[in-house]
Write a protein that binds this ligand. Structure first.
Ligand code: SAM
Length: 267
């Protein structure tokens, strides 16, 4: 168990698995309980989720450093999970200490853990809202306090679009956020896809259905592209996560994953 002091909110039910803690378990973190590990093992029985999460986290770090390199100093991260293991605020503030980060998640336990982990950090905050409600996210007190919408924003939706169903209309949701962002902002996505290994994805979708969990929705490359709207797709375009600007320390042009990556800029 983690050495992090006081990251467990009072009254937490450890028997209820958490998507964010299961992800932390899969990714090799230390913030999880038995029920989360059980969920994580179920996922690992059908999906190479360890490699996927490693590639996804390394993509997150490369993309945040890329955005800081382009002068971005504020980040809005939807479906953020636990703010641990080199997450956005650690990576951004290491590159430029003045960076401000707003995390958004709708899982109660994750909100509670995150608030405790981030306590005392004046440049980073947790907003407990459903990302499907852009007005609530954009008008939340912490968003208003930390994000200046007259300056470019690093807007991240990583490893979360699989939880948005077509009926939720993820394209309309991302369009609402895109409209709120000023020119020069960058949108980064990583999305579960069918396009790498359809059979594994079918097995994964079926496993989530069979186990009565929230169904997951992988997407095609075309569906992911549409999430970018009229933003300008930056090099190297829509690729698998390890292929997005490998930097010698992480990523590789010839590696593949079941997650697409894309970064686009508001003209
Ligand atoms: C797999 S984790 C990804 C964490 C992180 N973004 C990353 O890429 O490392 C997905 C997170 O999205 C959150 N999530 C799912 N649906 C959401 C929604 N409608 N609104 C806000 N957060 C959501 C889950 O609670 C979970 O913490």
């Amino acid at each position: 168990m983690s050495a992090t002091v006081n990251w467990i909110p009072e009254g937490l039910d450890r028997e209820v698995p958490s998507a964010a803690r299961a992800y932390d378990y899969i990714a090799g973190g230390t913030h999880h309980f038995e029920a989360d590990r059980k969920l994580g093992d179920q996922v690992l029985s059908v999906l190479p989720a360890r490699d996927m999460s490693r590639h996804n986290r390394q993509f997150l770090q490369r993309v945040v450093r890329f955005m800081v390199g382009r002068g971005i100093r504020q980040f809005l991260d939807l479906g953020s999970g636990l703010p641990v293991m080199g997450n956005v605020h650690e990576t951004a503030q290491q590159a430029a200490p003045e960076c401000r980060v707003v995390y958004v998640d709708n899982e109660r336990a994750t909100i509670g853990h995150s608030e405790l982990i981030l306590r005392g950090d004046e440049r980073t905050a947790m907003v407990g809202e459903d990302l499907r409600d852009p007005d609530a996210v954009l008008n939340a007190e912490a968003t208003r306090r930390l994000i200046d919408f007259s300056q470019p924003v690093g807007f991240l939706m990583l490893g979360v679009t699989q939880f948005l169903h077509d009926e939720d209309d993820p394209w309309a949701i991302t369009a609402a956020y895109r409209r709120a962002l000023p020119s020069g902002s960058c949108l980064a996505l990583s999305c579960f896809t069918w396009d790498n290994d359809p059979e594994t994805m079918r097995n994964t979708v079926e496993m989530f259905q069979r186990s009565g969990r929230t169904p997951i929705v992988p997407r095609t490359g075309e569906e992911v592209r549409r999430l970018l709207g009229d933003f300008e797709l930056l090099d190297p375009g829509l690729v698998f996560t390890p292929q997005w600007r490998p930097d010698g320390a992480s990523g590789a042009a010839e590696e593949r994953s079941n997650l697409y990556a894309a970064v686009a800029r508001k003209p």
